[in-house]
Write a protein that binds this ligand. Structure first.
Ligand SMILES: [Fe+2]
Length: 360
């Protein structure tokens, strides 16, 4: 057998206030004054000068506010790439994503699609990208997705919700500044934090687990327990630790895979537009059969923080709609193989998934 040869983020800076180093980090990467840096920024920061005034814009640099209300789409990536190509003669010096998983994934995808022909949907899958991306930087402002460290960029396309997984996807530079997460609303904090928690549970209970994944997964899980179940941390300490939990959780699934919750959450996301973090929570409520300890721990966390999870979202769906969700979920074969094993098709039937979706 041959082992995967993983690309990692080339450079990372960590610390409160490290966002102030952005200009020093970017300046040497500017190709020339006509090749701009394009900043893709979550539009929740519109008018929030404590953050936006520190984005170093010079020459033809551009700041684009993008809504993260919906999960990122391949068509959105194509539109951004087209806009950039039309607006500038030169290929940009770099793409900088500032926000949560949606903005980070968009930044990665745009950087890839500026150097690869065709449409983003053509590259959803594993190792379809041919050319290196342009320089791209990720700056998370909410913790948990692991998008800052992953070699994928999850996109909703015309036929599937699937990432552009490639060796060229990871960021060239990440800035981890926990101060940037200070205004995250509590429910978002929880949903996105649970994305990290679920990464740990799915990785640590998967058949793909090895010592590499385990070492990251165990550390991330330990941090999640401290953050979400104990009362020993200050708000700042919890934010610092959650940012590192996200990183470790992402590293853990890099060399293994996610599992049942993610497969089914992608189905909800594809059909109903349910966002990834809350989608994972909606699914995870009903996965005792697969992750008994993890689900018990999750429920204790949800109760402790008094978070409401949407219910009954599948109540009025037609058979056709269930089929669409089931198709999306079942198409993610590596996730099922990791969760259940090589013979997963024997137990994971369409009826089984429909029964689970009906509970949600
Ligand atoms: Fe996730």
């Amino acid at each position: 057998m041959s082992y995967k040869n993983y690309p990692m983020v080339s450079r990372v800076v960590y610390g409160r206030g490290s966002f102030n180093q952005l200009n020093d980090i970017l300046s040497p990467k500017r190709k020339n004054v006509k090749a701009p840096f394009i900043f893709l920024v979550d539009d929740v920061f519109k008018g929030k000068s404590w953050l936006t005034s520190r984005i170093p814009l010079s020459y033809d640099d551009k700041l684009l506010y993008i809504s993260a209300e919906e999960e990122p789409k391949t068509s959105q990536v194509d539109a951004l790439v087209e806009q950039i190509i039309l607006d500038y003669k030169e290929t940009p010096s770099g793409i900088i994503g500032i926000g949560g998983g949606t903005l980070l994934d968009l930044a990665k995808a745009v950087a890839l699609m500026l150097t690869n022909k065709g449409e983003a949907k053509d590259y959803q899958g594993w190792d379809l990208i041919k050319n290196p991306a342009i320089y791209h930087v990720g700056i998370p402002t909410i913790s948990g997705t692991g998008a800052e460290v992953s070699r994928t960029t999850i996109l909703t396309g015309p036929v599937r919700k699937l990432g552009i997984n490639s060796d060229y996807t990871p960021f060239d530079q990440v800035i981890l500044d926990p101060e940037l997460t200070k205004d995250v609303p509590k429910d978002q904090w929880f949903y996105t934090g649970m994305d990290c928690f679920v990464h740990c549970i799915e990785s640590l209970n998967g058949t793909y687990l090895n010592a590499f994944s385990q070492s990251y997964g165990e550390k991330a899980l330990e941090l999640c327990k401290e953050i979400f179940l104990e009362d020993t941390l200050t708000e700042k300490e919890a934010a610092d630790k959650l940012m590192m939990a996200s990183w470790h959780g992402g590293m853990s699934i890099a060399y293994s895979q996610v599992g049942v919750a993610h497969a089914m959450s992608y189905g909800l996301g594809y059909l109903l537009g349910v966002k990834h973090g809350v989608g994972n929570c909606i699914v995870f409520e009903h996965l005792e059969e697969y992750y008994p300890e993890g689900v018990a721990m999750y429920k204790a966390m949800r109760k402790k923080h008094d978070i409401k999870i949407p219910q009954g979202i599948c109540a009025d769906l037609s058979d056709k709609e269930f089929d669409i969700m089931i198709d999306v979920a079942l198409s993610l074969e590596p996730l099922w193989e990791n969760a259940i094993g090589k013979n997963w098709k024997k137990t994971i039937t369409r009826d089984k998934l429909k029964a689970l979706y009906l509970k949600m």
